[in-house]
Design a protein around this ligand. Structure first.
Ligand code: HSE
Length: 298
């Protein structure tokens, strides 16, 4: 018995929603094949596309599935094959895709004893291994789709939010690696009340915009005065690309997850294509190789 899954890439934070907001991309992701084995052993049997560890305890998919099997007191064995298309350290939820995809598939093979939302704590164990912190803002949209909001971590409560139909996201991945661990280490732990007020004002407005399909308000809410000013230093040409995207009509622009990828949220595919080609035109003149994707949120 085997199952093949598409493990989607995700954009976390979305500017004002550090560690709580995320969305799922419809056409960027990894492939995974999971098979039951008769050995009562969990194994990562194949890992193509990236140089990542095969040892179960060192691999995010292995750690996530192990936590789940322990909780279910299952002694079933599984072979996990991972075909990575999302680069590790790219900022579009590479580790989350593997963790979420693995627990989703194993749950299916076990006859679905758990609901998708109940798989979150296990997928988060993969994030803990990858970044030192069990955040859910990538694994939640990877498992549930669309936009998700982590209402609280303790107790874990995650909400699904609506996805306005015309939203398109352009993702630019400059090919430098930024480790989430490192880009978390540089953020300040304390913030001023003024900054907190503007951040939660924007986050509330953004959630309202998703419910009311108010694209203009959504764009005005995609702001981040807390994390972006610090992390953007690690991203080459951040300010220039932001200006180009907004001048080409993007609703909002920011860092995807912990970077170095950046996202431009756009209304309609036509505008997204325009933003994408403006970014490409600029990047062609630089000496950094890059990937550019255009996705819908699903
Ligand atoms: N919310 C996390 C961060 C996402 O920004 O560090 C990284 O995957």
């Amino acid at each position: 018995e085997e199952i093949k899954v598409f493990a989607p890439a995700t954009v976390a934070n979305l500017s004002c929603g550090f560690d709580v907001l995320g969305c799922c991309l419809d056409n960027v992701g990894d492939e995974m094949i999971i098979k039951k084995n008769d050995l009562h052993k969990l194994r990562i049997t194949k890992l193509e596309g990236q140089d990542l560890p095969l040892e179960v305890d060192q691999n995010v998919a292995g750690v996530a599935v192990k936590a789940m099997l322990e909780k279910l007191q299952s002694n079933e064995g599984f072979d996990i094959e991972i075909y990575k298309k999302i680069k590790a350290g790219s900022g579009i939820g590479s580790s989350a895709a593997s963790s979420a995809g693995a627990v989703f598939a194993v749950n299916k093979l076990l006859g679905a004893p758990l609901k998708n939302i109940e798989l979150l704590p296990f997928a988060m164990e993969g994030e803990r291994l990858a970044s030192g912190n069990a955040h859910a803002d990538n694994v939640a949209p990877a498992l549930l789709g669309g936009f998700t909001l982590v209402k609280s971590y303790e107790p874990l409560e995650v909400l699904s939010l609506p996805s306005p139909e015309e939203l398109n996201v352009v993702i630019l991945h400059p090919q430098i690696e930024v480790k989430t661990k490192d880009s978390r280490a540089i953020i300040k732990r304390n913030i001023s009340l003024d900054k907190a007020v503007s951040q939660w004002g924007n986050l509330g407005a953004l959630v309202s915009a998703l419910y009311t399909n108010d694209y203009e308000l959504l764009g005005r809410s995609l702001k981040d005065e807390i994390v972006e000013p610090i992390r953007s230093i690690l991203i080459p040409y951040f300010d220039e690309i932001k200006t180009i995207s907004l001048e080409s009509g993007a609703l909002g622009f920011g860092i995807s997850g912990s970077g170095p990828s950046v996202y431009a949220m756009c209304r309609g595919e036509e505008n997204a294509e325009k933003v994408k080609s403006s970014i490409a035109q600029f990047m062609e003149k630089q000496s950094i190789t890059y990937d550019l994707h255009l996705s819908k949120i699903n």
